[in-house]
Design a protein around this ligand. Structure first.
Ligand code: UDX
Length: 438
């Protein structure tokens, strides 16, 4: 099949490379000429494990190409995927659909009969209807279908998620479109990944409902962690104890500094706005978004408490700056709110991240960025684990103890064992694992 993917961000690039790897002929189109030039030269604009090799092998095989001009590519495409950004509209949290609608108009202008236009971008319910209207207006006589095909991949494990998804959701209102989408995903179908067909509006909502549910789960365990600290219980054991119940499930129950990233914060807000607009408010999600927002800064207060109540003129070393490991993405990363809270309290903040330094620089003003973990903690008054990169799990703790000015460790991801840290002489604080005994 011939597939065009519009937008070469995270979702577009990973989807394009994986579709090519399925054996399809894929053209990734992006208006950013600089990005396309780099991709043509083999440079990948994002850090995602395995993506460079996947792009290289499929480009070499001639199945994956890059272009800036849409018109020349769309004419003989079987399916065009929209994978452009839908950022939060400044000020109100609604998803900004400018790029989606602009791309739809351009596709409409140059498409041929039989086109399937599939939206992978996360878009509010009803966007497919509007996309259809835009194309119809541009080309009243064109035979085409607009499909919703939300993407559930996670950063850091995007290729694995794409190739072995729990499910593929396809919202299509015609049998022809369903048949074509089945062909696109046939290699997965053979691997027994379930294809779920539904109508377009339901498909659009599934994506938001899934992300919001996961955000609820994380926020729930984070609040349980706070309670564990007060009552002397262990949140990891609580998570295990409830997660073994199949109705609850063990995933996404890791307590931490609050969720960040390009999806959960933006998509929860957009869902809240849509629900309010339709007079069916999602109060649970509203609360989750508010609790999560407050939590990030509260982690700064946790560090201050661990430092004896004041960080004025102290040096705090943050290890892990990205919103999660195995990505260089700093969007809505808890490290930003934590650093600001510590700076506001008079601390000098240092930071190190294995992949995120370039992205961190503009969003962490005043934070001294270091070359490696050990340099970062040398002479510091406290070490704070913000993101659980493997290299921090394997930190030489004896060396760290020697390098720190005072042996205070605040582990916001629970990567170390409290008994081990005590044995090594650290003053150790983690999340939801209090040693309190009343
Ligand atoms: C998420 C969804 O998982 C994915 O399906 C969707 O397509 C995009 O949004 P992503 O943002 O890449 O993916 O990362 P994810 O692994 O879901 O983590 C999101 C945030 O939640 C991170 O900040 C992570 O640290 C946090 N998290 C996750 C927790 O704090 N605890 C957990 O148990 C899981």
């Amino acid at each position: 099949m011939r597939i065009v993917v519009i937008g070469s961000g995270y979702v577009g690039l990973v989807s394009g490379a994986c579709f090519a790897d399925f054996g399809h002929e894929v053209i990734c189109v992006d208006k950013d000429a600089d990005k396309i030039a780099k991709l043509k030269a083999g440079a990948i604009p994002i850090y995602e494990p395995g993506l460079d090799a996947l792009v290289a092998s499929n480009a070499e095989a001639g199945r994956l190409t890059f272009a800036t001009e849409l018109a020349a590519q769309v004419a003989d495409a079987d399916v065009v995927f929209l994978a452009v950004g839908t950022p939060s509209r400044r000020g109100d949290g609604h998803a900004d659909l400018t790029y989606v609608y602009q791309a739809a108009k351009e596709v409409g202008d140059c498409a041929n009969d039989g086109l399937v236009l599939a939206t992978k971008s996360t878009v509010p319910v009803g966007t497919g209807d509007e996309v259809e209207r835009i194309v119809r207006k541009a080309r009243p006589d064109l035979a085409f279908d607009v499909v919703s095909n939300p993407e559930f991949l996670r950063e850091g494990s995007a290729i694995e998620d794409f190739k072995r998804p729990d499910r593929v959701v396809i919202g299509a209102d015609s049998q022809r479109a369903r048949d074509l989408m089945t062909e696109v995903y046939r290699p997965l179908y053979l691997n027994h990944s379930p294809l779920m067909f539904t109508d377009r509006r339901t498909s659009e909502l599934i994506k938001y409902a899934a992300n919001a549910f996961l955000a609820v789960k994380i926020t729930y365990i984070n609040e349980m962690a706070d309670l564990c600290e007060q009552v002397g219980a262990n949140v990891q054991e609580v998570a295990r104890g409830i997660g073994l119940d199949n109705r609850i499930g063990s995933k996404f129950l890791h307590a931490g500094p609050g969720y960040g990233g390009s999806c959960f914060p933006k998509d929860t807000l957009a869902l809240i706005k849509t629900a309010q607009d339709y007079n069916a408010p999602t109060r649970i999600v509203e609360t989750v978004a508010a609790v999560n927002e407050q939590r990030k800064r509260a982690m700064g207060r946790k560090v201050i408490a661990a430092c004896g109540g004041s960080v004025r003129d102290k040096t705090i070393a943050m290890l892990g700056l990205t919103f999660k490991p195995n990505t260089d993405d700093m969007r809505e990363a808890p490290s930003i709110a934590i650093a600001t809270a510590l700076q506001d309290a008079g601390a000098h903040v240092r930071g190190f991240d294995p992949e995120g330094m370039e992205q961190a620089r503009p969003v962490l003003p005043g934070v001294e960025l270091c070359d490696n973990a050990y340099q970062c903690i040398t002479g510091a008054d406290a070490l704070v684990i913000v993101t659980e990169w493997n290299e921090f799990r394997a930190l030489d703790l004896k060396r760290a103890h020697k390098l720190l000015k005072s042996p205070v460790v605040v582990d916001l991801r629970n990567i170390y064992r409290p008994d081990e840290m005590a044995r090594l002489g650290f003053t150790y604080t983690s999340v939801g694992r209090s040693s309190r005994k009343d």
